[in-house]
Design a protein around this ligand. Structure first.
Ligand SMILES: Nc1ncnc2c1ncn2[C@@H]1O[C@H](COP(=O)(O)OP(=O)(O)O)[C@@H](O)[C@H]1O
Ligand SMILES: O=P(O)(O)O[C@H]1O[C@H](CO)[C@@H](O[C@H]2O[C@H](CO)[C@@H](O)[C@H](O)[C@H]2O)[C@H](O)[C@H]1O
Length: 469
């Protein structure tokens, strides 16, 4: 395979926008070039590591791809085929993240800490990595691609690359050094060496302990929600088989403990009132952008803007610190030893600087409160899911479930030493609305059939705001 083959670049430009993890779905790809190609395995099958430079409008994003080539493509790999090159080509090209025959090579390299071209494979100090395991991708709604190796490791391959050390690696290593028990152990990572201009290596992958006894919070919460919808009247939350409130309280406490350790690892600073005003202006700008892209958001815009204005009118300085940044029920796992937090990368649509920026820890709390709203409304999202005449009763149930778990989470968070959400209502509401605006845009771009979920809960949030004005 030639490094910069125009027909390969055209194939990739056609394939990329169809991938769940592609972050540039807002507009067409103007031009795609192959930045680096590194051959990790020769023969048939062969494995190449590619960094793709994707030019869209005025920006260039970099995506990582493990490209497999085979003369004959087995049926199991057909869904992952990228295309077929004629002439002196190697035959079928496919996304090798789905090929266990090839991904095991990543473990071998990390175990031996090798360097291949610009790729450097590393392991954590003292880690003894088993290289005899096969990796299969996790089937989750993901921005990246994670491979589970024999129920022992999980290797997250970052799809869109951000400059420098990925915050997920940076934060996990820092929290482990603090002795935090709410994160999985880091075993290794893969990085791209800095280019000639210098700078930091770019993180390509993160190998962590696989939490084999864990269930993700989203799945647990949905089980509880379904149980709640199946309850006969009169409703009795505490008696419901799948009540989630005690878990929500423990999750609140774990969140506060992680915030404490993040503060110890990265420090705490003060955001003066004018910085808080700038933050509120930033939220209003995002609202304008989202309203321009998603018309369904516009009816709620005045009430949302009022919440941001209210935040801007305050004179209080805020204590800010490193936070999770994209906190929701899919980012936490309940294991036999308690709640574990995952994915400290921040929101995929934000810039690397925004993701690292200190924020008030209640921003994460608001993220999780939104997630309770999501879980409560998810079963009602499809139009045919709600029988006619039942909408009001179901809306009452959704609100009751979300409210009960919001309260339990906030109580657990405050009791474990986090700033009390009840004492910062304006701030929490602004964060919640900001997250809901982000979600509307996120769903419109990535999962249009989910758009009613944040829109329905916005009707409630914006209604609360209107009643305050
Ligand atoms: N250490 C782990 N152990 C077990 N499962 C995990 C682990 N890390 C992630 N997962 C699973 O993979 C999913 C996606 O992981 P995440 O790090 O959030 O990826 P992304 O950044 O692509 O969203 C999680 O929701 C969880 O189900
Ligand atoms: O986990 P990611 O870093 O990929 O986060 C992105 O995708 C999330 C969905 O997978 C999205 O979260 C939204 O949907 C969740 C249910 O799937 C819900 O629990 C969250 O509250 C809601 O925000 C997240 O916003 C996005 O950044």
């Amino acid at each position: 395979m030639r490094p910069a083959d125009p027909s390969l670049e055209r194939l990739l430009a056609g394939w990329l926008p169809r991938q769940r993890w592609f972050g540039g779905k807002d507009g067409p790809i103007d031009h795609l070039t192959i930045g680096t190609t590194t051959q990790l395995l020769t023969g048939d099958p062969a494995l190449h590591h590619l960094v793709l430079d994707v030019h869209q409008n005025t920006t260039t994003d970099h995506y990582q791809l493990l490209l497999g080539t085979r003369h004959h493509l087995p049926d199991r790999l057909r869904p992952h085929e990228i295309g077929h090159l004629a002439g002196d080509s190697p035959g079928h090209l496919y996304d090798a993240a789905h090929d266990p025959d090839l991904t095991r090579i990543l473990l071998e390299h990390m175990a031996r800490e090798t360097s291949v071209g610009p790729l450097r494979f590393r392991h954590a100090p003292g880690a003894d990595i088993r290289a005899d395991l096969e990796g299969a991708p996790v089937m989750a709604e993901q921005s990246n691609t994670s491979l589970v190796f024999g129920g022992t490791y999980i290797c997250k391959l970052f799809r869109r690359l951000s400059p420098g050390v990925n915050p997920d690696l940076e934060v996990n290593l820092a929290l482990s050094r603090e002795g935090c028990t709410h994160v999985p152990a880091v075993h290794g990572w893969i990085e791209l060496e800095p280019d000639a201009a210098g700078g930091e290596p770019v993180t390509l992958g993160l190998l962590s302990e696989f939490l084999s006894t864990g269930t993700d919070g989203w799945r647990l919460a949905l089980t509880s929600v379904r149980d709640w919808y199946a309850q006969p009247e009169p409703l009795q939350a505490a008696a419901a088989g799948g009540d989630f409130a005690a878990e929500a309280g423990r999750l609140g406490a774990a969140t506060a403990e992680v915030h404490r350790d993040l503060a110890a690892a990265f420090g705490v600073t003060r955001a003066a009132a004018d910085e808080v005003r700038a933050m509120a202006r930033g939220m209003a700008e995002q609202l304008d952008l989202a309203g321009a892209a998603v018309p369904e958001l516009r009816p709620h815009a005045p009430a949302i803007r009022a919440a941001f204005d209210r935040l801007a009118a305050g004179t209080e300085a805020l204590r800010v610190q490193r936070v999770h940044g994209d906190y929701h029920l899919g980012q936490v796992m309940r294991t036999e030893s308690g709640w574990v937090l995952l994915d400290f990368e921040g929101e995929p649509a934000r810039t690397p600087a925004e993701r690292r920026a200190p924020a008030h820890p209640l921003r994460d709390v608001a993220g999780m409160l939104r997630s309770f709203e999501y879980a409560a409304r998810f079963p009602l999202a499809g139009d045919d899911a709600v029988p006619s005449g039942a909408a009001d009763a179901l809306e009452r149930r959704a609100r009751a479930w979300a409210e009960r778990n919001r309260e339990a989470f906030c109580a657990g968070y405050a009791a474990a030493g986090g700033p009390d959400p009840a004492a910062h209502e304006t701030l929490v509401r602004a964060f919640e609305l900001d997250k809901a605006v982000y979600e509307v845009r996120y769903e419109a771009r990535n999962r249009p059939s989910w758009l009613p979920v944040p829109l329905r809960s916005l009707e409630r949030l914006a209604g609360v705001q209107r009643s305050i004005e």
